[in-house]
Write a protein that binds this ligand. Structure first.
Ligand code: AR6
Length: 315
């Protein structure tokens, strides 16, 4: 459905270009790979290309003036042809073909005077860049793009799930827990009563009721006791278990507060590092999550999260 340029599009264009041949136009001389098929097979290939373009709702404008302007531009400055131009070049090819004049029209001139060769070479360079760019977009970079840090009140967010920094009773309290219960309404407490509490590091899910979020994932962070009571692992478990539950419910967007960093006194920087590391690691595996948002209550939390993101991105 999309007109997005893909490697396949580029390859199609390159492959397609080898089909241009007539008495006047001998593109066999500049083909990118040796022709190994019968000419008929190439005409089939050609048809497939056109069909593919149509299947993608690729609109072929019948606008000779702008086409000619484009053709002039390519001719004058072939080194400036860029990725976005590929779709124009596709249009250029197809509009010629549709009018059955591709060998006598402007394209033929481009072919005959050798400019087309430059265009082809440029297409190949674009193709190489494209591959490089997509290889560079390795997992960690994509993962970082799926994580967002914002300042604000978590109860206001339009997300699939809001995470609550609860206590083991799951019956509400102060801080973010109090804010979530207030915003969600009494029904949340009614559902929470049926859950039988929650262990530290574990997570349970309820509906979001009056919250903009459809779900609330309640997790119980560790109380900071100096760092020797397994606090780091328990905090990491809060994030991992909340995410696992989110995936189970096909949740795409989830917002976390800085669990344990309020009433439970977990040091902010340390907590942020654990949060970012655990989430990043989780996102390495394919899952439903498209966006994980760390919601910061105040500038200092925001600074700690951005610093943690920087550190994790560098490792
Ligand atoms: N939106 C986003 N973040 C918030 C909000 C909000 N509306 N309100 C507070 N924060 P805390 P804990 C931040 O104390 O440390 C409760 O009584 C806050 O600045 O809510 O895990 C529970 O019932 C802090 O950075 O949770 C438990 O008894 C972070 O959220 C206990 O507190 C977490 O602070 C849990 O303590």
């Amino acid at each position: 459905m999309s007109n997005q340029i893909t490697l396949e599009n580029i390859d199609n264009v390159l492959k397609f270009s080898t089909l241009f041949s007539s008495q006047d136009c001998h593109l066999y001389d500049i083909q990118t790979e040796p022709l190994t098929l019968e000419p008929y097979a190439y005409s089939q290939e050609f048809k497939r290309f056109i069909d593919a373009i149509y299947a993608e709702n690729f609109i072929i404008p019948f606008d000779w003036i702008s086409w000619q302007q484009e053709a002039n531009r390519f001719e004058a400055n072939p080194e400036l042809i860029n990725l976005a131009d590929i779709s124009t070049i596709q249009k250029l090819f197809t509009s010629h073909v549709r009018q059955e004049r591709f060998c006598s029209g402007r394209l033929a001139q481009l072919i005959n005077n050798g400019h087309f060769l430059t265009i082809l070479q440029r297409l190949q360079a674009i193709r190489a860049d494209f591959i490089l760019e997509n290889t560079e977009k390795s997992q960690p970079k994509n993962i970082m793009q799926r994580i967002k840090i914002i300042q604000g009140d978590i109860t206001q967010l339009q997300v699939d799930a809001t995470v609550n920094a609860a206590n083991s009773s799951l019956l509400g309290g102060g801080g973010v827990d109090g804010a979530i219960h207030r915003a969600a309404g009494r029904e949340l407490l009614v559902e929470c009563r049926q859950l039988g509490g929650c262990e530290t590091g574990e997570a349970k899910i309820t509906k979001g009721y009056n919250l903009p979020a459809k779900w609330v994932i309640h997790t119980v962070g560790p109380v900071w006791e100096g760092g020797n009571q397994n606090e780091d692992v328990l905090l990491a478990n809060c994030y991992a278990n909340s995410l696992a539950l989110a995936v189970q419910y096909q949740i795409k967007t989830i917002a976390f507060p800085a669990i344990s960093t309020g009433v439970y006194s977990f040091p902010m920087e340390r907590a942020c590092k654990i949060a970012v590391t655990t989430v990043t690691k989780f996102l390495e595996n394919p899952n439903s999550l498209e966006q994980v948002i760390f919601v910061c209550f105040g500038q200092s939390a925001y600074n700690s999260y951005t610093q943690a993101m920087r550190e994790v991105a560098e490792t």
